[in-house]
Design a protein around this ligand. Structure first.
Ligand SMILES: [Zn+2]
Length: 252
């Protein structure tokens, strides 16, 4: 614990000194809020199967219908709130997330780059019309098994997140790379960092001369070359860091 405290002290100083802090959050934040991993192949079928089989689409929507209440009732946790407070205090310049549940926005964060897109917005892959997941859920509850598009009549609706066999959403990635330029402190929080392309962000930030901080419950592939690694619950660690940042402001 002494070692962790030293690391936290250092991180607080780095945040204060930074001109451009980028935070990347990951699945551990969703888990703490009780949200299932909607990017998992256990929920999402391979895209070819989804496109090719009405039965596969029906079973996908049956799973979504069952999981939806967990998503709808999930609340932002202390990690989401701490990041919102960092933004308000002026200590957070960009927030990237690998989560797809919208909890950062619900905690108040205003600029959230969802690198894997979101599960809350459903798009017709044939004509592009978009739907709130809640409206699709209403239709599933009324008995539709495969929701059809109200505009073109097709039944290939899906969230924009990648299903197995689909490339990651490129547009977001370009944005992300642009914003990483000039970043001098990169913090990966609650992200397992084991899936490309997000897993290359820590090394990219190091190559650009940024300090790298990892806050995670479990080891990550980036730990070896990070400037500080804090193993712990992201909520506890971030709350503590924000508390320290606020103290510093009162004294200055
Ligand atoms: Zn359509």
């Amino acid at each position: 614990m002494e070692k962790e405290k030293d690391a936290i002290d250092a991180v607080v100083e780095w945040i204060r000194a930074s001109h451009n802090t980028v935070v990347l959050t990951g699945a551990q934040l969703s888990e703490e809020s009780g949200v299932p991993d909607f990017t998992s192949p256990s929920i999402n079928p391979p895209i070819s199967e989804f496109r090719g089989s009405r039965e596969a689409r029906a079973s996908y929507w049956a799973r979504m219908k069952e999981l939806y209440p967990l998503l709808a009732s999930a609340k932002p946790n202390a990690a989401h709130e701490a990041l919102y407070r960092m933004e308000v205090l002026g200590y957070l310049n960009s927030l990237f997330t690998l989560t797809v549940d919208g909890l950062h926005q619900r905690a108040g964060s205003s600029f959230v780059m969802e690198l894997l897109s979101t599960v809350l917005w459903i798009v017709c892959t044939q004509c592009g019309k978009g739907y709130d997941l809640s409206s699709i859920q209403d239709r599933l509850e009324k008995g539709e098994d495969v929701p059809a598009c109200e505009s073109c009549g097709g039944d290939l609706l899906k969230p924009e997140i990648s299903f197995p066999g689909q490339p990651p959403p490129h547009w977001e990635l370009r944005e992300e790379w642009m914003k990483l330029r000039g970043c001098d402190l990169f913090m990966a929080v609650g992200a397992n960092l084991d899936v490309q392309p997000a897993s290359s962000l820590p090394s990219m930030s190091k190559e650009q001369g940024a300090r790298l901080v990892i806050i995670s419950q479990t080891e990550t592939p980036a730990d070896d070359f990070a400037d500080a690694v804090i193993y712990g619950n992201p909520s506890d660690v971030l709350s503590f860091i924000v508390e320290r940042l606020r103290e510093g402001m009162e004294y200055s």
